[in-house]
Design a protein around this ligand. Structure first.
Ligand code: FES
Length: 106
């Protein structure tokens, strides 16, 4: 299991265990974490699963694919550490990961 901390725009933290193989989005949805709607169900086609990856974790989560970059263009307040959480696959390597949700998804 990988422990993932989701921090809402309001500052409320949710620390949950997510099974490797799921996406960071699925981990949020399964645990009823507000701020990640995932309207398209993880198909990289909605940008409602937008998160900011904590700076310390950017290297481990990697760079967005070109398709993800295109979809991020539809996101609100996109930053250099923006990712679509359905495109980040959870692994033991990501144990301790911290992501924040944008204001618009609060
Ligand atoms: S869930 Fe739709 S882009 Fe991630």
């Amino acid at each position: 299991m990988a422990k993932i901390t989701y921090i809402e725009f309001s500052g409320t933290e949710h620390v949950v265990d997510v099974k490797p193989g799921l996406s960071v989005m699925e981990g949020a949805v399964k645990n009823n974490i507000p701020g990640i709607d995932a309207d398209c169900g993880g198909a990289c086609a909605c940008a409602t699963c937008h998160v900011y990856v904590d700076e310390a974790w950017r290297e481990k989560t990697g760079e967005p694919s070109p398709m993800e970059e295109d979809m991020l263009d539809f996101g609100y307040d996109v930053r250099s550490n923006s990712r679509l959480s359905c495109q980040i696959k959870v692994s033991d390597e990501l144990d301790g990961l911290i992501v924040r949700t944008p204001e618009k998804q609060a």
